[in-house]
Design a protein around this ligand. Structure first.
Ligand code: ADP
Ligand code: ZN
Length: 221
């Protein structure tokens, strides 16, 4: 089974992926996390990716696909996984189809307004070591400035500045949003109100997932 999370930057893909991992055991596969890891380790691929990420555009498809293939080949992805941040354009969606899959494919579109995105990303802090995500108001760490999971000092991501956020939103609307119609046409798409508080979003995702997997009792709304 493959769960794909679509949505603008700041729509909550990472939070949903993390919740699905702890509820269902499916690993979270985030191309953003994989790229940032490559950047931190200054691999040749990371050095190329850093420039593209810093401007708010997309890293080239071949680079991202190479990272993704390597990640999906790992044992923990055998029975299913949650994709956060991939596919991000039509070509990547085609590549994903070509990778094949056993079991269902379920797509969630986390719909958020640009205004909510701007507010959320300005208050977002993340752990440079384990990629845990915090929000200064809605989800503050227990000890101010430090990761609950691993204790590392939290940072504001280099691309969470107002100018780069604007570019990322543009990139999203131009290249990624068209995927919503693609997956809707296949009948795999579930629309979720991403402007809602995290608890509501997670409840809606769980309900839609249960319904999609045929556990339909109580699925009235
Ligand atoms: P967000 O969804 O908040 O923008 P991500 O962590 O998913 O954050 O991505 C950060 C950056 O990494 C993107 O702006 C882009 O440059 C790059 N990136 C992530 N996933 C992909 C992808 N599938 N294809 C190309 N570039 C990607
Ligand atoms: Zn951490």
């Amino acid at each position: 089974m493959r769960i794909i999370l679509l949505g603008a930057p700041g729509s909550g893909k990472g939070t949903v992926a993390e919740a699905l991992r702890s509820a269902c055991g499916f690993p979270k596969v985030s191309t953003g996390d994989l790229l940032r890891e490559a950047v931190r380790e200054k691999t040749p691929l990371g050095l190329v990716a850093a420039a593209q990420m810093g401007k708010g555009g997309l890293v080239d498809d071949a680079t991202v696909l190479a990272l993704l293939r390597e990640r999906l080949a790992r044992e923990d992805c055998r029975d299913g996984y949650v994709l956060d941040g991939f596919p991000r354009n039509l070509a990547q969606a085609g590549s994903l189809d070509a990778l094949g899959l056993s079991g269902p494919e379920i797509v969630f579109d986390l719909r958020v307004s640009d205004q909510v995105v701007l507010e959320r990303l300005a208050s977002r802090r993340s752990c440079p070591r384990c990629e845990a995500i915090y929000h200064l108001v809605n989800k503050p760490p227990k000890k101010a400035g430090f990761c609950d999971v691993c204790g590392t000092a939290l940072v504001q991501r280099a691309d969470d500045t107002p100018e780069v956020i604007k570019e990322r939103l543009k990139t999203y609307h131009a290249q990624t949003e068209p995927l919503v119609a693609r997956y809707a046409a296949k009948g795999y798409l579930h629309r979720i109100d991403g402007d809602a508080p995290a608890g509501t979003v997670l409840r809606d995702v769980r309900r839609a997932l249960d319904a999609a997997l045929g556990r339909r009792e109580g699925a009235g709304s």
